[in-house]
Design a protein around this ligand. Structure first.
Ligand SMILES: [Zn+2]
Length: 316
């Protein structure tokens, strides 16, 4: 009798394990679960996958991307996902540590900086350096998503990596990525065309050094009092004073400020120079209001271009 009970329990356990690990009948196809770290990756991935995947943006609305660190709950979500997409170690230095614990499962990890490796730039050779930049020489600029040409490489890379996890939809992802790249090409052409009509080439930026790749692609000069690629260290007063001097020399009427960070530096400079403060969006993340307005990478970039026209003296 006792043996019988043990046998029944054993059969039940084996049955339960069997049912969990190897379903015999095909069930409804579950969408792929993809976790992305910052807004451009989220926006690109949902364009590529549409209904084939459930794409999650790890950053809560309004969170500043550079100072973000994952909560234990975020780590659990990443462990349970099929694909994890991040910008690279210079944007998300916490990723390497976090992945130590997930090496053995089926998670596909996508480091999008690998898509643009030959294009990655250190702090040497940046044009604004000739004014006041003494940035750390080992720093690498992680803001490559703001260059629509590099964004296309990221999109293709994400599509290929996702198809590696979900082979039956390979062609679908590839087609979506191609269609999106056509829109990114259009964006690139529009920026070039528009900037041809701008008399100024110098953008005065009161935020951290975000537009390095963008300015190289479009032959602009971004001047910022910040020393590095993150908003976490405040610029020193001497750099701010130099920026004000440049603005007076150039008769600049607009100072741009960055998203999701209290624009104290830009406000102080605007107070001193009577310049107008205008948001130039680095797209790291979006606010709750922007989420409700359903902003996209493309809408942010086109809005930025309209504002640059104003700041760079656009003439028909
Ligand atoms: Zn940044």
């Amino acid at each position: 009798m006792r043996f019988c009970i043990i046998m029944i329990i054993a059969v039940l356990i084996v049955g339960a394990v069997g049912a969990g690990s190897a379903p015999t009948a095909p069930t409804a196809v579950e969408p792929l679960k993809i976790i992305t770290t910052n807004f451009p990756l989220y926006d690109f991935t949902r364009r590529i996958c549409r209904e084939k995947a459930e794409v999650v943006l790890l950053l809560p609305p309004g969170a500043e991307a550079h100072s973000y660190r994952p909560t234990p709950r975020d780590v659990v979500r990443i462990h349970k996902a099929d694909v994890f997409i991040y910008t690279g170690k210079y944007m998300e230095p916490w990723v390497e540590d976090m992945l130590q614990g997930v090496r053995d499962n089926n998670l596909i990890v996508v480091d999008t900086s690998q898509a643009v490796l030959p294009d990655l730039r250190g702090s040497e050779g940046q044009e604004p350096e000739r004014h006041d930049q003494h940035v750390h020489h080992h720093a690498v600029d992680p803001h490559f998503w703001l260059d629509p040409v590099l964004a296309q490489k990221m999109v293709k890379y994400i599509a290929a990596a996702t198809a590696g996890k979900d082979k039956k939809n390979r062609e679908y992802y590839q087609k979506q990525a191609e269609a999106f790249c056509v829109e990114l090409e259009q964006l690139d052409r529009t920026i070039r065309e528009t900037l041809k009509h701008c008399k100024q080439r110098t953008v005065i930026y009161g935020g951290h050094f975000v537009f390095g790749y963008f300015s190289r692609q479009y032959n602009l000069e971004f001047v910022t009092p910040y020393k590095n690629f993150s908003p976490n260290a405040q610029p020193n007063p001497r750099n701010i004073a130099r920026l004000i001097k440049i603005m007076k020399q150039l008769k600049t009427k607009v100072i741009f400020y960055e998203e999701l960070v209290e624009p104290k530096v830009a406000r102080a400079i605007a107070g001193e120079t009577k310049a107008q403060m205008v948001l130039l969006h680095g797209a790291h993340n979006i606010s709750r209001q922007e989420q409700q307005r359903q902003v996209t990478y493309l809408s942010i970039m086109y809005e930025n271009l309209e504002k640059l026209k104003n700041g760079l003296d656009y003439q028909q």
